[in-house]
Design a protein around this ligand. Sequence first.
Ligand SMILES: [Ca+2]
Length: 403
Amino acid sequence: MLPALPSAWSDGSVTGLRARGDVTVDASWKGGNADRVTVHAGRSGPLKVRAAMITGRYHVEDESGKKIDPPRDGDVITIDAKDGESYTIVNGVTVKITAPVIAGAGESIPVTVTVTAPGTEDVPAGTLALALPQGWTSTPASVEVPAVSPGSPKTFSFSVAVGPANGTRSARITAELSAGDWKVASSAAVGLNPCVTPPADRPVVAWDPTSGTTVTDSSGSGRNADIVGTATYDATAPSGSGLVLNGSTYLTTGNTLMGYMPEATFAAEVKIEGTGYRRLFDSQPGGNPGNDGIIVDLTPSNTLRFIGAGQNVGLSGTIPTGRYIDLVVTMNRNGVINAYVDGTRVGGGNATTDGITGCTSRPLRFAADQGGGQRLTGAVDRMAILPRALTAAEVGTWRDIAF
Ligand SMILES: [Ca+2]
């Protein structure tokens, strides 16, 4: 009976279902769990009923409401039925698990489990534990649940440490409440990101080189940069401190984990000069499109290229050179990429919806690739990566968000 209720049918009932052996069935369910199942016997003899709630707490009554105690084997009871009589199986415990829809590998996520006595009897004390994918752990490992009275559901909280990424993008967490010879389970599906997502309340990185050979990450994310090569500054830059990119100069962090970004914004106040392929942002070791990291660079024809989120995308629209521009590239959760110069959209393209997988620790660079080549020349005043796609209306405000 009711092996799989659609989640959209949280509460409901059905009557008059015909079953083999001249049996008619009425059933009702609450909160996605079977509540009562009544079988009407059309003939006398043993009547087997299989239902998930039979492994949990339940009782069986005849049509006068008197409890009977048919033998149970697993999820099957066998009723000694009489022609024309009805028998009702009444659920005595409901367990409901709640977990985040999405989690990242390596994160800790909250999971709550609510135990309810749906009928008129207490749920006896039992042990509640989570069944987790391999490599995951829960704190606490289990909870001793006291008796739960009707009308007073009890909720228990767990912190679940999501295991390392293994390529799967979904997982199942099951809560099991058990005692003696009964057990009740409830499962939740969790979508899996390949690694931790950057905190949403701050930029992934925000650099404003002003003097010297180091740049403090003003985002609070700790991605401070060293300036490789000569560090000289251009006072005519928008904020009065443009780091001159003379062909030897670029910025790099030490090894850093960017994290998984389902959407992102890359922004820079930059003056583009030079020829050939020139890196802007780089956290990718190479490959086409590569399976980890991100590249935003300029092609020999001064168009943008976006390599990441499963694609190597040439973005339409030529980028002006020889003067400071406000360059912003956004990628949203649908993989839609937009490029803006001085607040005006100049081009775009499409990546996959897989997001940017920054799940390997390596340097984050600006103006050079991971080998130190493909250097950008010109100058850069400020730059940032944000963990969300700015809207067209927000693009002009990226500095206020980043700094
Ligand atoms: Ca600056």
